[in-house]
Write a protein that binds this ligand. Sequence first.
Ligand SMILES: *Cc1c(COP(=O)(O)O)cnc(C)c1O
Length: 393
Amino acid sequence: MAKDWKTRTQLVHTGSRRSQYGEMAEAIFLTQGFVYDSAESAEARFVKTEGDQFIYARYGNPTTRMFEERIAAIEGTEDAFATASGMAAVNGALVSLCRAGDRVVAARALFGSCLYILEEILGRFGVEIVLVDGTDIEQWRAALTPGTKAVFFESVSNPTLEVIDIKAVAELAHAVGALVVVDNVFATPIFSKAVELGADVVIYSTTKHIDGQGRALGGVVCGTTEYIRGTLEPYMKHTGGSMSPFNAWIMLNGMATLDLRCRAMAESALKIATALDCDARLSRVIHPSLDSHPHKALATAQMGSGGTMIALEIAAGKDAAFRFLNALEIIKISNNLGDAKSIATHPATTTHQRLPEDQKATLGITPGLVRLSVGLEDADDLIADLRRALDAI
Ligand SMILES: *Cc1c(COP(=O)(O)O)cnc(C)c1O
């Protein structure tokens, strides 16, 4: 495969496999099994599979493999493993790595299900979990004692869009021999330079920007061949968290337009955030490219973009935030993100409802906070929709 292809070319072509029919579009190999020429070749394949050989869809499938090769090329890793959902990816990446007595240091601002995996699952099996404020490098330094197995964080946090310094955390982690595992959903594969900055394992929920039209669940773990095939694959293939070929086909098609979509959405996000920044009804407008964002320089260096998400804080609190949400016409109330359709979420009562009040406060998840995933609609229409909804407060 042409290594010197630029991203857009790779997004359309890398990983494509064609059957004897020479089909143009990527085929969906909707098959769980594969036929062997002889008993001997079945035996040989169970000893070692090469290149285009498959055994069972839970282990691998040609359509899924196309997607894995394409995303690995974009992310700049040797290999990737596609999973049934983003959470299957996070679970697989961490559980396959750790054993009792290990220590994992993670940023506190995490998606609720990620926190569940760390504290409830890994904790139950004797893995020590240390949570730090991910934006405070001194807390990482103090927590990263020799023998730490891994660090885990969202490179841009949900929902308050804090940016974590991948390079600084990776240097500290590598100094004590810890693997750097990054949940990179908000950064998107297009704006990600995570591997260049020192991430060892990069995880995406492909449900988000990679599908891009809110149709199918999926996830992917990107890393070295040694980690993906040696550590993760045995765990995934025996526990059943692999991506279905049909969903892999959806993700492959999403990849073709990923660059165009992410750039258009990020451009609109900046335009919207800038337009709303001085609105008196908002106590905070959070977007990593705004001058007011404390990590603007880091976001620019780390992603070259502020991304496709915005957080708004309605000054008058929860009831006003609900009136605002209910008055939106184009923007839908939902909890996905990265979709072509713009989506507004009220984290305090939905995605982060279960967090205790003091933790919500620590993480900045206030009653007035609304998370906005900017879609592919015309930015001026979205600004008009948001202003109309602000008027309805
Ligand atoms: C959505 C999301 C996940 C979980 O992905 P699913 O595909 O819903 O399982 C994990 N991390 C982040 C940051 C997410 O946004």
